[in-house]
Design a protein around this ligand. Structure first.
Ligand code: ZN
Length: 167
């Protein structure tokens, strides 16, 4: 989903949390919590930008935006050949954050977790809505699934070359 929609969804979500909390007093820590949730929800897409800079050696934010925007448009028509590894969007990253929260019980980590979950959830909803869910979409959201798919294609390649040598 595009960053502007993430910003908007995050705003509504935070407003909703304020409404829920309205009976209780709204503390500065609660407002700081909301700020971290909103920013995290917006900024985890930075993994896309890192990929773009790493692959193209180009630091243009505009070009990176256009690159992934075009990719998204293509995905609506047919499954992509390859998904880029957006590490902050993975189940494993969420699990690691959960673990850190379990250890620290810190409100900042809690806010990070809420922001990341909100972002991934809305990304998923958008993908379903725009019919961008394919058989291998799970690769996008899991490091383990990605690794498993990789070894599978490697094995397939080995099999193919072996049968070629035999025939
Ligand atoms: Zn995203």
């Amino acid at each position: 989903m595009l960053p502007k929609y993430h910003a908007l969804v995050g705003l509504f979500f935070c407003a909703f949390l304020v409404l829920i909390a309205i009976q209780n007093t709204i503390t500065t820590q609660f407002l700081a919590f909301l700020a971290v949730v909103w920013l995290t929800n917006l900024l985890i897409d930075v993994d896309h930008y890192i990929i773009f800079v790493y692959r193209t050696h180009n630091i243009s934010l505009r070009k990176a935006y256009k690159f992934f925007y075009d990719l998204l448009k293509q995905e609506r028509k047919k499954p992509p050949k390859n998904y880029y590894l957006c590490v902050f969007h993975t189940i494993e990253f969420v699990a690691a954050l959960f673990f850190v929260y379990f250890l620290t019980q810190h409100w900042v980590v809690e806010a990070l977790l809420v922001g990341v979950l909100l972002h991934i959830f809305t990304d998923l909803i958008a993908a379903v809505y725009e019919q961008r869910i394919y058989k291998n979409t799970i690769i996008l959201f899991s490091l383990i699934a990605r690794a498993m798919a990789r070894t599978k294609t490697k094995k397939l390649k080995v099999k193919r070359t072996v049968s070629k040598v035999k025939s």
